[in-house]
Ligand binder design. Structure first.
Ligand code: NAD
Ligand code: ZN
Length: 369
């Protein structure tokens, strides 16, 4: 088993990663179950894994209650938050209890936020079951629901007490979802780890085909990278944690253009966004063109989009820039932008001219036409 500590002083916790871990989860959760009872929150699609988790808890003498929510981004809503907190209160969950979030980023974000505010804060445990949640959203303590004005606008920082990752849960995840999560794996290489990007080039296809060793290595490596970044900048105040947003400003604009629908998954948008961030960096003379081409080539090779058009979006540069202006990272009228000096050399640029970004996007659309 790989154990990765997230060092946050009094809020420190471990991320445990091991194939088959879900069936042994009871051993890890028993010490945290007060009164030999535990509440698990999950969604309909995760039911097979819920059964495994409950059986493992029962084997260690813990009774569990399951709250099964509808799947999908729509579950990160005020309505579901209200229903969930009422259910948790009905079940008598106390501040010292640990609620288990079993599922993808939707369940993790919603349950984490519910636990941040329930009785002014109770504990929670992340058991992520999508690749995206295993390499990104389950670690770091960002929790949120969506508002009418946009995604993730209502939330809190609330760290989990423990993260249990069983890569085997990905066996039931649709291939398209695994591929989208893989974009966030590649991201860690592009941020500051060129050797890991090279590993992705050599092993990405194998990982996506379900190779257990490649999968576990990539998850552990990604979690270690995220843990390091979060430990250095828990609340995204120094600019270090902002590096995790590589590809997300372009990506967010593409998602907004697609109406945040299944037409374009978050990871797919991030893939195109990272390719665009590198292409823009190259166009501005900041990154070598060969690096931008290498990024696009790898994303294409694994079936991820590497451009606006490949993401299935037809939009003018002005329309995409207009979405960027609504980004929650807008700060006093400027938008901090993640650019790269090369593979593994991402940096935060606070002086990006959005007009030149719009022109770059228009030129890209014209080239692809
Ligand atoms: N908190 C953070 O730091 C952070 C970071 C990145 C993304 N997010 C959030 O994460 C969410 C996206 O997460 P996601 O991609 O995991 O989406 P998701 O939770 O919607 O899961 C994707 C789909 O897979 C299904 N599913 C989950 N596990 C499964 C399994 N093992 N087998 C079969 N089906 C399974 C779900 O029911 C859903 O239909 C977004 O809301 C995003 O804002 C949060
Ligand atoms: Zn992301």
């Amino acid at each position: 088993m790989t154990r990765i500590p997230v060092a946050l002083g009094a809020r420190s916790y471990d991320v445990a990663i091991e194939a088959g871990l879900l069936s042994r989860a009871g051993d890890h959760l028993a010490p945290l179950a007060r009164g030999r009872r535990m509440t698990i929150v999950t969604d309909e699609n995760v039911r097979p894994h819920l059964a495994t988790l409950q059986a493992s808890l029962a084997a260690t003498g813990i009774d569990s209650e399951a709250i099964v929510l509808p799947p999908g981004e729509g579950t990160k809503s005020w309505r579901q938050l209200e229903a969930l907190t009422d259910r948790l209160l009905d079940l008598g969950v106390e501040r010292g209890d640990h609620v288990v979030a079993l599922g993808g980023g939707v369940i993790g974000d919603l349950v984490g936020f519910a636990c941040a505010i329930l009785k002014r804060g109770c504990h929670f445990i992340q058991v992520p079951t999508t690749l995206l949640a295993q390499v990104d959203s389950s670690v770091g303590g960002k929790t949120a629901i969506n508002a009418r004005a946009g995604k993730n606008l209502i939330g809190a920082f609330h760290q989990p007490s423990l993260v249990l990752i069983d890569p085997d849960t990905l066996d039931t995840l649709p291939a398209r979802q695994v591929r989208a999560g893989y974009a966030e794996v590649v991201k860690y290489g592009l941020i500051d780890d060129p050797d890991f990007f090279a590993w992705c080039e050599a092993n990405g296809a194998k990982l996506l085909a379900g190779d257990a060793a490649a999968r576990e290595y990539a998850i552990a490596h990604s979690v270690a990278a995220k843990a390091r970044i979060v430990a250095a900048d828990e609340r995204e105040t120094t600019g270090i944690r902002a590096l995790l947003n590589l590809g997300h400003t372009f990506g967010h604009a593409l998602e907004a253009e697609a109406g945040f629908s299944d037409r374009l998954l978050h990871g797919e948008a991030v893939a195109a966004g990272m390719a665009l961030a590198f292409a823009y960096s190259a166009e501005q003379g900041i990154a070598p063109t060969t690096d931008a081409e290498r990024v696009a080539r790898h994303l294409r090779a694994v079936g991820l989009p590497d451009s606006v058009r490949a993401a299935g979006i037809e939009a003018s540069g002005a329309a995409l820039v207009a979405h960027m202006l609504h980004d929650k990272k807008m700060d006093a009228g400027t938008l901090p932008f993640l650019l790269a000096r090369g593979i593994g050399r991402t940096y935060l640029d606070r002086a990006v001219d959005l007009g030149s970004v719009g022109a770059f996007l228009d030129a890209g659309m014209a080239r692809a036409a």
